[in-house]
Design a protein around this ligand. Structure first.
Ligand SMILES: Nc1ncnc2c1ncn2[C@@H]1O[C@H](COP(=O)(O)OP(=O)(O)OP(=O)(O)O)[C@@H](O)[C@H]1O
Length: 323
């Protein structure tokens, strides 16, 4: 095989992998593996390379769901940890770039074609203005793209906005947050707006309602109970989830001045289909008092995750790193 580029998007549940030929943007052999089935990231990568028949990729880029602050990587919502240097040496990569997974997704936003996006509310994006990015999956990823002078392609943000403090706006939300607070102490946005967060919201809703309800252990069970069985408590939990996401996305839009729009990534919202559009999301996105008209003009788009956009962003990170 000629020199190839290995790309990985490493989340708390899934690792998505693909490879590219030199000078060609097309992704090849895109696969999704379950992180929990591999003791280390090296094992998952070796399995992938073996399956697709590539022995020694020349270089690699990973987007990964944790802050990247030095050589040592420790995932926030999974047990994997590794040294970037050790991985680079183990696989013989000439270059390895590791960035946050939502920083990688932010780098891919300008590449997204309209067929991969579905708009939920708002008007037109203002070209050249900041863009917000938020996405619920195993965790809650947050990033954005800003366009300082001389950087027309945009500069991605590397933050940990999923861990901001979650605020309540209604008595019911306050009651639910109190239940979460008793469990976690600090209730970050991710404690509610994530897969495990949705399960916790369901249990909290039941506690507040002093109700029985169905036993659930996964986010998929809550969405199924809500959208298929029309279980009222599951519907309440799912609507709280969407409302909290709207609240966080609206805060992000205000903080960044994201008149370029807000993109919604992650694996959860696309699974809610058009039900999401009539949830509390948009109302809570805009419901910021005097800034309602400002937010009402900002478009939100749901990203279709099937195109594995973060892999393209990881590849762009290698291009930008040069060398
Ligand atoms: N039908 C469903 N409805 C809602 N949530 C679901 C459904 N199926 C799976 N999930 C949740 O989606 C989450 C996984 O999302 P995603 O595919 O974005 O994973 P990931 O990329 O590994 O996550 P992250 O990047 O946030 O660490 C899990 O928490 C899972 O419980």
């Amino acid at each position: 095989m000629p020199a190839t580029r290995l790309l990985a998007d490493i989340g708390g549940t899934n690792i998505r992998l693909a490879w590219q030929n030199p000078g060609d943007d097309s992704l090849h052999d895109t696969r999704v593996l379950q992180c929990a089935q591999y003791p280390t990231v090296d094992d998952a990568i070796r399995t992938y390379l073996g399956e697709v028949g590539i022995r020694a990729p020349h270089e690699a880029a990973f987007g990964i769901a944790n802050p990247v602050t030095g050589d040592a990587i420790r995932m926030t919502n999974h047990s994997w940890s590794f040294s970037q240097k050790a991985v680079r040496e183990a696989f013989g990569f000439a270059r390895l770039v590791v960035i946050n997974d939502f920083t990688a997704l932010a780098l891919a936003l300008p590449l997204l074609t309209p067929d991969l996006l579905r708009q939920v509310g708002g008007g037109q994006a203002v070209p050249g203005e900041a863009i917000g990015l938020v996405g619920a999956g195993t965790g809650l990823g947050v990033s954005g793209l800003v366009f300082p002078p001389h950087s027309p392609a945009g500069v991605p943000l590397s933050g940990e906005g999923g861990h901001v403090t979650l605020a309540a706006q209604t008595q019911h939300e306050f009651d639910v947050l109190q239940v979460l607070q008793q469990r976690y102490g600090h209730v970050s946005a991710e404690r509610a707006v994530s897969g495990s967060g949705l399960v916790d919201l369901y249990h909290a809703v039941r506690t507040v309602a002093k109700a029985g309800g169905t036993e659930v252990n996964s986010a998929a069970q809550v969405t199924e109970a809500a959208l298929q069985a029309k279980d009222p408590l599951a519907l309440q939990a799912l609507d709280l989830f969407c409302g909290f996401l709207g609240n966080v996305a609206g805060n992000l839009a205000l903080t960044l001045g994201a008149r370029g729009g807000v993109y919604i990534g992650g694996g959860m919202v696309p699974r809610l289909g058009e039900w999401f559009d009539q949830s509390s999301f948009r109302q809570r996105f805009e419901g910021k008092g005097r800034f309602q008209p400002y937010l009402a003009s900002i478009p939100c788009w749901i990203i279709d995750p099937s195109a594995t956009p973060a892999l393209y962003g990881a590849s762009r990170a290698l291009d930008i790193a040069g060398g």
